[in-house]
Design a protein around this ligand. Structure first.
Ligand SMILES: NC(=O)c1ccc[n+]([C@@H]2O[C@H](COP(=O)([O-])OP(=O)(O)OC[C@H]3O[C@@H](n4cnc5c(N)ncnc54)[C@H](O)[C@@H]3O)[C@@H](O)[C@H]2O)c1
Ligand SMILES: [Zn+2]
Length: 363
């Protein structure tokens, strides 16, 4: 097992990465000394696979868990589901010392984290991420929340978990398309922070796609280390944390104009990152050889790298970019790469340059 610390003073916590961790969930929670009553929040795909194992592990350690299974998919990240969870927690008599286990992907993590942040003005919560995306990204850093009709993640909080348990075995049942989508965030860490990680991915991507345990645990650990370092320095995104949004301004807009149907998040940010690499070449002088390496790595991961848009879709895309939460004072600001492994944030980019980068395949 590998351990990464998220350094946030009294709210610091460990990320534990390894095989067979779900069976140790109860023992790991005991170390946090919470009350006996607890709730596992999971979804309709994950609960049948891992819900009982999680429950058994908690019971073995003396806890009294209840299992709440919400529908699978982004629509579960709603205030309606939050309300339903509150009602079940109250019926099960959860109190201030009780805790919640988020067992699932990023949807469950964001939802359960928000429920934990607000129920009784905040009870403890533990993340047990079961998608690659959740293991390397959403379970770490304390951004929790739900969607409104008018946009994604519009209601939420910064609320850190007490512990994150990444059980590598849980990735075995993850559909291949979801796994590849998670790789888009993994590649992102290489681009924004770690040229050596990027090179390792160029070498070892096939091993990761085969779920080779050593490669998987090394790479997931490195991603968590990077996220922990960034969050440790800038928990509430007043500066540095913005680098985690590399490729996301375009990616989020693509997701929005396709009504969250066509692309998985990882696929949309794959296109977004490849386009942003081109912008970086144009504006910051990212060597074009490196921009090509970036495009090629996403391709190798079986991810989409460009998009064809008609005139009205283009108009909608720019409107969506301007609505993004990250926009301030009406100006679209980008995270751009100087080199693989080094980015700068807060860069202004003209709309015409964005358009060109999005629609050309590149050499
Ligand atoms: N809080 C953050 O910092 C942060 C960061 C990135 C993304 N997010 C959020 O994360 C969400 C996306 O997360 P995601 O990609 O994990 O999606 P997800 O939670 O919807 O999971 C993807 C699909 O895989 C299924 N699944 C999960 N684990 C499985 C397993 N082990 N075996 C079989 N099926 C499994 C789920 O039921 C779902 O159908 C979005 O809502 C996004 O906004 C949050
Ligand atoms: Zn993302």
């Amino acid at each position: 097992m590998r351990i990464v610390k998220v350094p946030l003073g009294r709210r610091s916590y460990d990320i534990k990465i390894g095989s067979g961790l779900l069976a140790r969930l109860g023992a790991e929670c005991s170390r946090l000394k919470p009350g006996r009553n607890c709730a596992i929040i999971s979804d309709a795909n994950v609960a049948p696979r891992f819900g009982n194992a999680a429950k058994r592990a908690l019971i073995k350690a003396g806890f009294r868990p209840m299992l709440i299974a919400v529908p699978a998919g982004e629509t579960a990240k709603s205030l309606k589901t939050v309300q339903e969870c509150y009602d079940q927690l109250a019926a099960h008599h959860l109190e201030r010392k009780s805790f919640i286990v988020a067992l699932g992907g990023g949807v469950v993590g964001d939802l359960a984290g928000f429920v934990a942040a607000t129920y009784l003005r905040g009870i403890g919560f533990v993340q047990v991420p079961t998608t690659l995306l959740a293991q390397v990204d959403s379970s770490v850093g304390g951004k929790v929340g739900v969607n409104l009709k008018s946009g994604k993640n519009l209601v939420g909080a910064f609320y850190q978990p007490r512990l994150v348990l990444c059980d590598l075995d849980s990735l075995r049942t993850l559909p291949d398309r979801e796994f590849r989508a998670g790789l888009a965030e993994v590649i992102k860490y290489g681009i924004i922070y770690d040229a050596a990680l990027f090179e390792q991915l160029e070498r070892d991507l096939a091993k990761l796609l085969k779920h080779e345990p050593k490669a998987l645990s090394e790479v997931i650990t490195r991603c968590c280390e990077i996220k922990a370092t960034v969050v440790g320095q800038d928990e509430t995104e007043s500066g540095l944390r913005a680098i985690l949004n590399f490729g996301h301004t375009i990616g989020h807009a693509l997701e929005a104009i396709s009504h969250y149907g066509k692309y998985l998040h990882g696929e949309a940010i794959s296109i977004g990152q490849v386009a942003t690499a081109k912008l970086s070449a144009e504006i910051l002088g990212l060597p074009s050889r490196e921009a090509h390496r970036i495009r090629d790595l996403f391709k190798l991961g079986g991810l989409p790298t460009c998009v064809k848009l008609n005139a009205s879709q283009r108009k909608n895309l720019f409107a969506a970019m301007r609505l993004d939460k990250k926009v301030s004072g009406g100006e679209i600001k980008f995270v751009l790469a100087k080199h693989i492994g080094k980015v700068v944030w807060g860069q202004k980019v003209p709309a015409s340059t964005i358009e060109k980068a999005l629609t050309t395949e590149g050499r």
